[in-house]
Design a protein around this ligand. Structure first.
Ligand code: SER
Length: 357
């Protein structure tokens, strides 16, 4: 299997879905528009909610995106585990009342096995426990043996996030092999690092009013989400999100400033990961017009930036250093996000002013 880089995989995904009639749209801002339920955009579907509910007409009934996302539910764990980060990009293909389960499943398989070249024998789908239709598509049309298709309950295979469009889902896991774990948690659907969930294909057909009352949406939709860096973890066969090429480049930059190398000292590694992750989040937040403050999104910005600065001190870096990390973020991500390049001076100013405080 070829070890594609993060920037290559993003393009491969968007090109593939364009070839299937999708309109590739630019990432929406991290700041939600007309949506009080979210502080920051946290999934590919979040900015598209009005298209799912039929409130607004989409530019096309098939759309694909690579969406900037920030999740801050577990800040204390960042840097300590393989899977936690605040900033990530979510690849997604969406159907607004256009295709449904069949095409969504076929194309996810085609992309993973034929375009990225993942070994089909290492891929395992799951379906919602009562979803015989999805089970049959995997089994009869895709030829996956029944014992390799897992039926999971609501917690794993019904996607919803507070109020809004939701539905049963089918997830695709990749078996990374025994070198990533052999414990009781290293089973399909388990918490271990061996089986990694790469893609979530949601059959979005209900609306939750936020109080657990479900009604049918006016149309059946598809909402899929695949973490770009997770896909890169699998494709590059590396231990964690932090080891993929783009994150590695950021950590190398911090290591050069701190005169240390990644993977030499566990404690320093945690600091390197935290700085890389947090500065990436802050760079993208600043580029979307968020400013550090004491509440809401601004507080998330301030908290992440201060944590990054503190970990710089722990690594023994003297003086202001975040600017250098911002430069590395712009260098690695500016190709796909030209706004980072255009607004680099402004972003650097906001971050340095806060660092000085
Ligand atoms: N909404 C689903 C998720 O966030 C699929 O995009 O996982």
């Amino acid at each position: 299997m070829k070890k594609y880089g993060v920037n290559e995989l993003r393009k491969m995904f968007l090109d593939f879905f364009e070839s299937k009639g999708h309109l590739a749209m630019k990432s929406f801002s991290l700041v939600p528009h007309n949506d009080n339920s979210l502080l920051l955009i946290n999934s590919g579907m979040a900015p598209l909610k009005p298209y799912f509910t039929g409130q607004e007409i989409p530019p096309r009934t098939r759309v694909c995106t690579c969406q900037k996302c920030i999740r801050t539910g577990d800040i204390e764990n960042i840097g300590k585990t393989a899977r936690h980060g605040t900033f990530f990009e979510m690849l997604g293909n969406f159907s607004f009342g256009d295709y449904f389960k069949e095409e969504a499943i076929h194309w996810s398989w085609e992309f993973l096995t034929e375009v990225v070249g993942l070994d089909p024998d290492r891929l395992y789908p799951s379906v919602f426990e009562s979803d015989d239709e999805a089970f049959d598509i995997w089994n009869k049309e895709m030829g996956i043996p029944a014992e390799r298709i897992f039926r999971f309950g609501r917690e794993d295979n019904f996607w919803e996030h507070g109020a809004g469009p939701c539905g049963p889902c089918s997830e695709i896991y990749y078996d990374r092999g025994e070198k990533y774990g052999t414990g009781p948690e290293d089973v399909m659907g388990g918490e271990g690092d061996r089986f990694m969930e790469v893609w979530n294909v949601v059959f979005s057909q209900f609306n939750n009013d936020g109080h657990g009352n479900y009604t049918d949406l006016i149309q059946k939709n598809i909402d899929t989400g695949m973490g770009l860096e997770r896909l890169a973890v699998v494709c590059q066969d590396v231990a964690s999100l932090f080891d993929v090429d783009t994150n590695r480049a950021l950590m190398d930059e911090v290591g050069a400033l701190a005169h240390c190398r990644y993977e030499e000292d566990d404690k320093k590694d945690v600091s390197l990961r935290i700085i890389a992750d947090h500065v990436k989040s802050c760079t993208f937040m600043a580029s979307d017009g968020i400013m550090p403050s004491n509440e809401g999104r601004g507080y998330v910005f301030r908290r992440l930036l201060r944590r990054a600065a503190r970990h710089g001190r722990l690594l023994g870096i003297k003086g202001l250093f975040l600017k250098e990390v911002v430069d590395a973020v712009v260098e690695n991500y500016g190709g796909n996000y030209p706004v980072l390049v255009e607004n680099k001076d402004y972003i650097t100013k906001i971050i340095t002013l806060e660092e000085e405080r």
